[in-house]
Each structure stands twice: as structure tokens, then as C-alpha cells.
Design a protein around this ligand. Structure first.
Ligand code: AGP
Length: 608
């Protein structure tokens, strides 16, 4: 979703901002803009060309001189007001001397706008953001101090925001603030940078300051001062960034999704190696771990599916009752939580607001909270009592692949450790399970390279408009994930369904032309899956069966049978996800679609 990049004190600030906005494209956006302070003047350029907006912005800025050393840039994902240049950020005040960019939603924007209009302010957009630039304009009349004006504005706002302002009257600084939405600051000796998340500053700095909620940060060349709303200086935690910039580059690949599917063996190997060394990045006290008597996993989309697979391990190996919730729904039930409840927020970005708010809710209710994230220093890692970071490297494609697998292995490693700590998993069993995870990358390599079978399926069925993905047990999250992948990048209607639920309603939709993808995993659920396969076959569906290499029952049942790589039970769901990634990718490509930035979606979802 929206992205922020600010620079203070760098010659050629415009190019730094344009490069940074290019890097932020992966979050998902539809328009872009920049405001520069140059020779006491404020210069603004904006474009609204959908996912080409940053390139269009670069073209629009081609003729500008590069002397400005201070500027702010923004990529907008529309919420209030359609996609247009008028609604693109930065927004400026009535005097064209003050510019504001914003991520998040100002919930009381209507009331604020009415007040400001009554005072004579003229609005030029339909956005909630524009109220802030006019509020700041009013507050500046008090004492002309941009930092103080920002501090006075914050209590007037309801909602979530990361906001940054520049003013022609303050040509050497950016002033910014946040509530809920993330905002980070990085510095070199001579330059200060502002970013909407840690990856925004990747390659420029090797550590960031995390700005607390309802604090104001003032950036000048090489400096940043964080203050509370009363102007008192506060400490901001420093978080190191250990991403390799190379990982964000496409290299020899056609697109990021192909690259990230291919990187899955390494993502799992690196995650297992790191987390075997040290399970937690920020550890939990041993007595807290010993007392855990219930686990609640929360996540959204693919991260929720990873949590579903992890839940099985937590119950089987650690013998702790484990619940799971869609993060955005968690706050709407009165979950029974206590300090002995472990709430695990699962999120590759570590910034998804639904998951972040669920974690905050759990902490307020006294639970112990752990973050599973791929981004060091992400908001969730700061909100949690402890973190378990995946080591998948930056994931750019909106469709999550390598981070999902890495999340599952982290949860499985947690389950093994909890099982040992509680004395319910003996040392030999724990060693065997860990050894399985260490051999997983080699099996994944085979699965990842075996593209042809699903390519054939995709070429034959690319025009099918209705798909069902069926699974049982650990096969269910695989089915749900397969359906999500297909719908988000190919735009085909795809539904993931517990195979046993089919006869309770969805089977009414099965008819010739509908494609059913049935996930058969080894174990007791397989026999029941055969029956469900027979039921949909009898009703004329086209059948794609994903099944173990040695499952002979499925031969002859499916129109297509795609084999999974042999493995132990714990690895089976992970290995079965890979052919479904291939399927989604191949259907999307066969439909002529660009896969990395599907319509309407964002990589980092920072609105509720
Ligand atoms: C899946 O391909 C999507 N990218 C989406 O469902 C994603 O998993 C979800 O938005 C949660 O994101 P997170 O892991 O960053 O919290």
C-alpha cells in the first residue's frame, strides 16, 4: 500500500527519492508524487498512471535540475478518492508553501474538513490526507515552528497515519509523525532518510530508528530528533537491517514470483539454520515458556494458511491446545487470554495492520505475544514480547511464496522446542524432526524444478473460470493457499474448501467445466479424499489431483495427476504447495497477465 520516502541533506535528492519509490512499488500503488525544497521554493510533481506511475513520475521530472537536497516522495494506494493526479500526494496548503504525504486513514476527516472549509481553506482533492496540510497551515500561524505545529495537530486526528511534511519556510528539514502506521528513520553522517518501512531504506543505511506512536521526528542533514507531543525528547530504539540489497533485484529472472519460487529451498535452509542456532531473536524467559498452556495463532491470507499448518505441529509435537484466528476477526470475539496464553502473530511484512492490531489486543488482555516475521525491525517485532524471524530475504511479488514456507518451518521449530521444554517430545523424536527439516531444502529443490506437469495443466485449463481446491487435515491449508494464489494472480474464481464440507453446500456448484484440484497427502485423510474425488468426478468436474508419488489409487481418477516429492508427514504440506504455486503462475501467464503486481492488491496491507 502507500509508501513514503524522505531525504534531507543529499545532493540529487530527487533521484534518491525516485529510486526509493521504485523500490516501494512492490507494496502496491496507483499514483505517485514528489515535493522538493529548492532555493526557498516548493516544487511538486504528481502522476496517476496506475502501476506505471513511478516511471511516469521519473519522465515528468526529467527536465528538473537536481540541486534540491530535501524532498519527500509518495506512492498512493487509493482509499478516499479515486485514482487521479488531484488525489495523488503530496498535498499542499492554500499558499503552496507546505506539502504533506500520508499513509493510513484519517477517520474524522469529514468533520475536520468541514471546520477547515468554514475557516476559508480551499480543498483540491477528495482525500482524507488533505485535511492534514490545512491543519498544519493553521497550526503554523501560532509560532511558525513546523515541529510544534505537527505536535499540536496529532491530538486532533483519529485513525492511523504516518505523515511527513516539508515547508518552504523550513528549507533544511522534514517533520514527520505516526500513529499505528509504521515510519522509520535512517541516517548517515550527512543525510537523514525517512521511510514507510524498513525495506524502503534498504541499501542506504544499515540501521533504523523506530519512531514511537504519537511522536514527532524532525530530520535535518545527518540528524533526527524524536519528541513526544509535549516537545520532550524521547529515545527511539535502533534496529539493524541485515538484508542484502541484491535480493531485491530481479537478476536473471523474468519476474519476482519466479525468482521467489526458485529461492524457496534457500529460504527454508537459511531459516532452519538460523533458527536452529537461536530459536528466538528476542528470547522469552524459560519460565514463561514452561507455563504456556494455550496458543492462539493470528494471521491474514497466506500467513494465515502457514499458521494453519503450524498449528498442527504445535498440537502434535508440543501438545499445547492451539486455536487459530483470521487476524481481522480476532478482536470481535471475547477470546480468553492470560499470561500463560501465547499469541503468535504470523506476517511476512510484520506490518499488516489487522495482525498488528490483533497482537496489541492480545497484549492488552495480558497474553504473551510472539511475532513471526520476515522483516527485522518491523512493527510487529517491536510490539511482541519475542520474535521469530524467517530468513527468506525480501519478498517482492505480491503473491507470497518463499515466506509462507519459511513461516511454516519456524512454527514447526517452535513446536519441537516447546515439546522438548514441556517434556512431551523425547530427544530422539526432536532430533529426527529437526533432521527432516534440514533435508527439506533438497526435496524442495526437486519440487521447485518440476514445473512441466502444472504447466501442461495450465495450458489445457487456462480458460476455465471456476475452480475448487479440496483438502483435508494438513491438505486443507494447502488447498486454501492454492486457491488464493490462483485467484490473486490469474483472476479466476477459485474457492478453497475442506473436502468434507463439499457435500454440505458447495457440491451444488460442481458441473462439467468446473475444475477441481484435489490435494491428497499421505496418511489417514487420503481414503476420505478418494471418496470426495469420486463425488466430483461423478458430477462431471475436470479433476487435477496432487498426490504422493506412490499413491496408485489416484491413477485413472484424475484428468491430470501431479506427483509430489517423497517426504515425511511434516514436510508433505510444504512440498504440496509448490505445484500449486506453479499452477497459479502458469495459468496467469497463459492468460497473458503480469504476475508480480496483481490488480487491487498490495504487498503490505496497512489499512483495516
Ligand atoms: C498472499 O499471496 C498475499 N500476499 C496475502 O494474502 C498476504 O499473505 C496477506 O496480506 C498477509 O500479509 P503479511 O504476511 O505481510 O501479514
Amino acid at each position: 500500500m502507500c509508501g513514503i520516502l524522505g531525504v534531507v541533506g543529499e545532493p540529487g535528492a530527487l533521484d534518491t527519492i525516485l529510486d526509493g519509490l521504485k523500490r516501494l512499488e512492490y507494496r502496491g500503488y496507483d499514483s505517485a508524487g514528489v515535493a522538493l525544497l529548492d532555493g526557498g521554493a516548493l516544487l511538486r510533481v504528481r502522476t496517476a498512471d496506475g502501476t506505471r506511475s513511478v516511471d511516469a513520475l521519473r519522465d515528468a521530472c526529467a527536465g528538473l535540475n537536481r540541486s534540491a537536497t530535501v524532498g519527500i516522495g509518495h506512492t498512493r494506494w487509493a482509499t478516499h478518492g479515486g485514482v487521479s493526479v488531484a488525489n495523488a500526494h503530496p498535498h499542499v496548503d492554500c499558499g503552496d508553501g507546505l506539502a504533506v504525504i500520508h499513509n493510513g486513514i484519517i477517520e474524522n476527516h469529514d468533520l475536520l474538513r468541514a471546520d477547515l472549509v468554514a475557516k476559508g481553506h480551499v480543498f483540491t482533492s477528495s482525500t482524507d490526507t488533505e485535511v492534514m496540510v490545512h491543519l498544519l497551515e493553521d497550526e503554523l500561524k501560532c509560532d511558525g515552528d513546523l515541529r510544534a505545529a505537527m505536535a499540536r495537530m496529532l491530538p486532533q486526528l483519529r485513525g492511523a497515519f504516518a505523515v511527513a511534511a516539508v515547508s518552504a519556510a523550513h528549507p533544511d528539514r522534514i517533520v514527520a509523525a505516526r500513529r499505528v502506521s509504521p515510519l522509520v528513520v535512517g541516517m548517515t553522517d550527512t543525510v537523514a532518510y525517512l521511510g514507510s518501512d524498513v525495506p524502503a531504506l534498504m541499501g542506504r543505511v544499515d540501521s533504523v530508528l523506530a519512531v514511537d506512536e504519537d511522536c514527532v521526528v524532525e530530520l535535518t542533514p545527518g540528524h533526527a530528533v524524536v519528541t513526544d507531543v509535549h516537545g520532550v525528547v524521547v529515545d527511539a530504539p535502533v534496529v539493524s537491517i541485515d538484508f542484502d540489497v541484491e535480493v531485491a533485484d530481479l537478476g536473471r529472472y523474468a519476474d519476482f514470483m519466479t525468482k521467489e519460487i526458485d529461492e524457496q529451498p534457500a529460504a527454508v535452509a537459511d531459516t532452519v539454520a538460523e533458527r536452529l542456532e537461536n530459536l528466538f531473536d528476542q528470547p522469552l524467559d524459560a519460565d514463561v515458556v514452561a507455563a504456556i498452556d494455550k496458543i492462539v495463532l493470528v494471521g491474514c491470507g497466506s500467513s494465515y494458511h502457514a499458521a494453519m499448518v503450524g498449528r498442527v505441529a504445535l498440537e502434535s509435537w508440543a501438545k499445547i491446545p492451539a486455536e487459530i484466528d483470521i487476524a481481522s476477526e480476532f478482536r470481535y470475539r471475547d477470546a480468553i487470554l492470560s499470561p500463560t496464553t501465547l499469541v503468535i502473530g504470523v506476517s511476512q511484512s510484520g506490518e499488516t495492520i489487522d495482525t498488528l492490531e490483533a497482537m496489541k489486543h492480545a497484549r492488552r488482555k495480558g497474553a504473551t505475544v510472539v511475532a513471526v516475521s520476515n522483516i527485522p525491525g518491523a512493527s510487529m517485532t517491536r510490539e511482541a514480547n519475542a520474535s521469530l524471524l524467517t530468513k527468506a530475504g525480501l519478498e517482492v511479488s505480491v503473491a507470497s511464496t518463499k515466506t509462507v514456507l519459511a513461516q511454516v518451518v519456524v512454527l514447526q521449530l517452535l513446536a519441537i522446542s516447546l515439546g522438548e521444554a514441556r517434556g512431551v517430545l523425547d530427544a530422539a523424536a526432536a532430533t529426527a524432526l529437526r533432521a527432516d527439516l534440514q533435508t527439506l531444502p533438497a526435496a524442495l529443490r526437486i519440487a521447485v524444478d518440476d514445473v512441466a506437469p502444472m504447466k501442461d495443466v495450465a495450458n489445457a485449463l487456462a480458460t476455465a473460470s471456476s475452480w475448487f481446491f479440496l483438502g483435508r487435515g494438513s491438505g486443507l491449508p494447502v488447498a486454501l493457499e492454492g486457491a488464493l494464489k490462483l485467484k490473486e494472480i490469474s483472476y479466476a474464481r477459485a474457492e478453497g474448501c475442506p473436502a468434507g464440507e463439499l457435500k454440505h453446500g458447495p457440491i451444488a456448484l460442481i458441473e462439467p467445466g468446473v475444475v477441481v484440484v484435489a490435494i491428497v497427502l499421505p496418511g489417514p485423510s487420503a481414503e476420505k479424499m478418494y471418496s470426495n474425488i469420486a463425488e466430483v468426478k461423478a458430477r462431471g468436474a475436470t479433476l487435477v489431483i496432487v498426490a504422493p508419488h506412490d499413491d496408485h489409487v489416484v491413477e485413472g481418477l484424475g484428468d491430470f495427476v501431479v506427483r509430489t516429492v517423497p517426504s515425511g508427514d511434516a514436510a508433505a504440506p510444504l512440498l504440496a504447495m509448490v505445484p500449486l504455486q506453479h499452477l497459479a503462475y502458469a495459468v496467469a501467464r497463459a492468460r497473458g497477465l503480469e504476475v508480480d503486481r496483481p490488480r487491487n492488491l498490495a504487498k503490505t496491507v496497512t489499512v483495516e
